[in-house]
Design a protein around this ligand. Structure first.
Ligand SMILES: Nc1nc2c(ncn2[C@@H]2O[C@H](COP(=O)(O)OP(=O)(O)OP(=O)(O)O)[C@@H](O)[C@H]2O)c(=O)[nH]1
Length: 323
């Protein structure tokens, strides 16, 4: 039987990896995952690797433009064999990818064992109106999807469900919290209508300059020496201009274990990450980022021999820990 390939798209920080983790935990199916991140360090690959039946990571840059279709085909080849290790394949695209271009790549695959399994667009219900102002293309993405998950329903802006439903023009919209959706809704065995006509016609009209990732850049920061909690907390509150998304792991002086750190807009999440390496590895994504200034600010947050770190200083970071 053909293996369905589901494409999961959605703007930076909308909740794609969270959805993926939910699917990996709740589905009886063996899920193969292809992750594609915008930065050089693939944090998403690190986040899901432990739980997945089979994982491959596609390089630096958006799947829609920077990845060679043959690379994707090779990945699909590795995952999709008749006697292979997976029942379904999920492609988690970078938060800046253009959905139709990804669908096109799946449809163009020469692999006889796969079939296109649909496009799921994850929408951030807490940031939607603001992000839409900067990126009017998101309206188009809603209409291109087969299913919209309106995620972060727990923090939804008032009226956002009605707005998304109206803009989606008939694409079904399902509100979710932390990506909790019945996997059967996504891995529907029923064949979908052929998406080629609808989606490729959009893609043909799209100029590359209009892609979401135009103007965006990523900055990576890695360090072996622990960070000073207070100085890093200051970095979080005085967010550098243009920074929209940060994700990764941080290793703090005085902490028992590394912590996962994520920001989306002005929201910050901190989670225990006992399995992560005892070092800091962060990727920051935004428009008009000053890479040098950001690196200098983070270098300043690294502890020095002159520092004394009070155990209570860690509270300036763990106060963001909610789950
Ligand atoms: N309050 C709340 N937070 C959520 C929800 N879903 C995800 N988050 C948090 O939002 C942050 C971003 O989630 P991710 O799943 O990493 O988002 P993503 O779309 O994979 O991000 P990129 O790959 O960078 O585009 C994480 O800190 C999540 O814990 C939700 O339903 N409610």
């Amino acid at each position: 039987m053909d293996i369905p390939v589901l494409v999961v798209a959605g703007f930076l920080g909308a909740g794609k990896t969270t959805l993926l983790n939910h699917l990996l935990h709740t589905s009886d199916l063996r899920v193969g995952v292809i992750v594609n991140d915008f930065g050089k360090v693939n944090i998403d690959a690190l986040t899901v690797a432990a739980q997945v039946d089979s994982l491959v990571s596609l390089g630096n840059g958006c799947l829609c433009c920077a990845v060679d279709p043959e690379d994707l085909d090779e990945m699909l080849q590795r995952l999709a064999r008749p006697d292979g290790p997976v029942d379904v394949i999920v492609i988690e695209a970078s938060g800046l990818a253009e959905p139709p271009a990804m669908v096109k790549m799946v449809l163009a695959s020469a692999n006889p064992h796969i079939r296109y399994g649909g496009l799921v667009e994850v929408v951030d219900a807490a940031e939607f109106t603001e992000t839409r102002q900067t990126h009017p293309r998101l309206d188009l993405h809603l209409r291109q999807a087969d299913l919209i998950l309106l995620n972060k329903a727990d923090r939804a802006e008032p009226g956002v469900l009605d707005l998304v439903r109206e803009l989606a023009e008939g694409t079904p919209v399902v509100p979710t919290e932390y990506g909790r959706v019945d996997p059967a809704l996504l891995f529907d065995p029923v064949d979908r209508p052929d998406p080629v006509e609808r989606q490729l016609s959009f893609e043909d009209l799209v100029e590359h300059e209009q892609h979401l990732h135009a103007g965006y850049a990523s900055v990576e920061f890695g360090h072996e020496t622990p960070l000073h909690p207070r100085r890093f907390a200051r970095f979080l509150t005085e967010r550098p201009a243009g920074l929209y998304r940060m994700k990764g792991f941080a290793w703090f002086e005085g902490a028992d274990e590394p912590l996962g750190v994520q920001t989306v807009g002005s929201s910050v999440w901190v989670t225990p990450a006992p399995d992560a390496a005892r070092r800091t590895e962060l990727v920051m994504i935004g428009a008009g980022l000053d890479a040098r200034a950001i690196t200098a600010q983070l270098d300043d947050a690294v502890v020095t021999a002159d520092d004394t770190v009070d155990p209570l200083d860690l509270l300036s970071i763990t106060r963001y820990q909610s789950r």
